[in-house]
Design a protein around this ligand. Sequence first.
Ligand SMILES: [Cu+2]
Length: 237
Amino acid sequence: MVIKVRNPLRTKAGFHHGRDAHKHDIGTVPYWEWGLDVRNPAASPVFDGSETSLGGNGEFIPHSGMILTEALNPDALIPLPPGTGGGCVRTGPFANMTVHIGPVALAQYGTSNTTSVANPLDDNARCLKRDLNAGVASRFTTFRNTTSLILRNQDVEHFQAIMQADPRYVHGELGVHGGGHFTIGGDPGADPFISPGDPAFFLHHSQIDRVYWIWQMLDFPNRQVSLPSLLLDATKG
Ligand SMILES: [Cu+2]
């Protein structure tokens, strides 16, 4: 199973019926294990458009990919190949879902420019779009990416730096964090300010938390309470 949906459902049932509220079920959070899906995210149980998915890929819109600019280094470009969607999500539970706020800094196809509206807090109703991207996934969110992140970084400073491609430490990278976001792509998925507007965001971020938890558990006494330095990027607002 890529997504552990059964435990949350059982938890919910437990709460509602006042029985079967097994201790081990309570608090379980579903997650998206990126590594299973790098070859074809559109075939993932998370994104295959089935009733139990989080909705399918966007409708196919041919384009030439995206060019991201690195935080702090506007001249450093990270070109990404196009995905296999690009348009509105038309299948699964979130088919034809409406996105409201934004765009704020939405990556545009074929350019390093981003697009925004004058007031991103206005109701700018539009369809949920996705651009599922095996090229991005195969480069940034493989099991090798994740295990190397966990095993090669002994302190939280370097762990977070590699996880989210902190430009003080690495260049031309997205880390598993950005990698997952741009594997989903689309609108609001490719807009760092409002990506939680795509329901898939939450499965991506629970996997982020899970990877961090696995890393912590390898040396819990030293990793329970340790914080990295923060990168505040004024160029991104
Ligand atoms: Cu994120």
